[in-house]
Design a protein around this ligand. Structure first.
Ligand code: F6R
Length: 237
């Protein structure tokens, strides 16, 4: 696992974009994340697209996760987030997310796994939770997992309550792509910024590979680049 440390999220995201651009072409399939971490990277993508330097018109994308019970029009849904931060400015050929409103959870997971078989994810973007989750694969998740419905941990609910008016409004369940699927992508680009990610980053890079720290599984992947700022790197040896 290779990691690069930068002074700021802005600088780190510029580098992340350079790496992304060097790895994809107009026909690539991307795995995408939501949350506060990738927003600056998405701004870089939009700016370069608007400048006419990169066309995404044949690019496909799969998102990692979606809250159960939120409609795509709900401002806190990940479908809405993706429109706001990327898709409205720069539509891809096809973009897939789990459907938070699906009536049957098992069928929804099967549907998403079938969709995931259509295109191979060349580059997967990831953030990391304070508890070491990737996607919404919380501590204890199987390393072989496919798409599943997850009961979010209190740590994740607390962390994500900043996007909601009240903590009680944070959904308690989500659909998440599994770790087994994430590990099939050719390259993984994980970003992490801020002090509150320092422990998870240390455990991911220097700790044992254990389901208790889902991101530690990335030590087993042949091509992972971790992009972090000084604060997120502050506990590394
Ligand atoms: C979101 C996702 C999560 C986030 C993680 C960090 O699609 O998969 O794993 O990447 O919770 O969230 P932020 O970036 O908000 O700190």
């Amino acid at each position: 696992m290779k990691y690069l440390v930068f002074d700021s999220k802005k600088e780190a995201s510029k580098e992340a974009y350079k790496i992304l651009k060097s790895l994809i072409d107009e026909n690539s399939t991307l795995g995408l994340a939501t949350g506060s971490t990738p927003t600056a990277l998405y701004e870089e993508m939009i700016a370069d697209h608007k400048a006419g330097n990169f066309s995404y018109k044949n690019v496909k994308s799969y998102n990692l996760d979606e809250y159960v019970g939120l409609k795509p029009e709900d401002e806190q849904s990940y479908a809405y987030f993706m429109k706001e931060h990327l898709f409205n400015a720069k539509p891809f050929a096809k973009s897939f997310l789990p459907n938070g409103m699906a009536e049957d959870a098992d069928q929804e997971c099967e549907r998403y796994d079938k969709l995931l078989e259509e295109y191979h994810v060349g580059l997967q973007l990831l953030g990391i939770g304070r508890n070491g989750h990737i996607g919404f694969n919380e501590p204890g998740s199987s390393f072989d997992g496919k798409t599943h419905k997850v009961a979010l941990t209190q740590s994740t609910i607390n962390a994500n309550s900043r996007f909601f008016d009240n903590e009680e409004d944070v959904p308690k369940y989500a659909y998440s792509m599994g770790i087994g699927t994430i590990m099939k992508s050719d390259t993984i680009l994980l970003e992490a910024f801020g002090k509150n990610k320092a422990e998870a980053v240390k455990a991911m890079i220097e700790g044992p590979v254990t389901p208790e720290v889902p991101a530690s599984v990335l030590q087993n992947h042949p091509d992972v680049v971790v992009i972090i700022d000084e604060e997120a790197a502050s506990l590394l040896k």
